[in-house]
Design a protein around this ligand. Structure first.
Ligand code: HEC
Length: 110
């Protein structure tokens, strides 16, 4: 019985945490200048981040791949959407730890 209440208590704590992580990710994206070219739902200059999340959902290598892409920039994965505009490199002007937070935030979008 105790376990059940513990589970209920935990669920109550974790839900706000998830919301907080989302706000933190969006805030970081704003501060890092990402939102000049991206939005969650729509293509701006770069692809909609929801589309990025959906595109890599079943790709086990996606996290590492996207971290590298944000660090080094590049083009070619979204040419049909962007017309071939490159994503600029963000390392070192955005810290590696922050880039990881951003990629985790993007990948968790649904
Ligand atoms: C100057 C415009 C611009 C800015 C600013 C920008 N992006 Fe991008 N982003 C792009 C474009 C264009 C692409 C598509 C690249 C391609 O075709 O491979 C892209 C692609 C991506 C992708 C998908 C990469 C892939 O290979 O599938 C991610 C993730 C991403 N951006 C994250 C970010 C983050 C995080 C930031 C801020 C730190 C950011 N972008 C800032 C233009 C931008």
């Amino acid at each position: 019985m105790k376990t059940k209440w513990l589970a209920v208590a935990l669920a109550g704590c974790l839900a706000p945490l998830a919301v907080q992580a989302g706000e933190q990710g969006l805030d970081l994206a704003r501060k890092s200048g990402c939102l000049a070219c991206h939005s969650i739902d729509n293509k701006v200059v770069g692809p909609a981040w929801k589309d990025v999340a959906a595109h890599y959902r079943d790709n086990a290598d996606a996290r590492g791949l996207l971290i590298e892409k944000v660090k080094k920039g590049g083009k070619g994965n979204w040419t049909a959407v962007t017309g071939g505009v490159p994503m600029p490199p963000y390392s070192p002007r955005v810290a590696d730890a922050d880039i990881e937070v951003l990629v985790d935030f993007i990948m968790a979008l649904e």
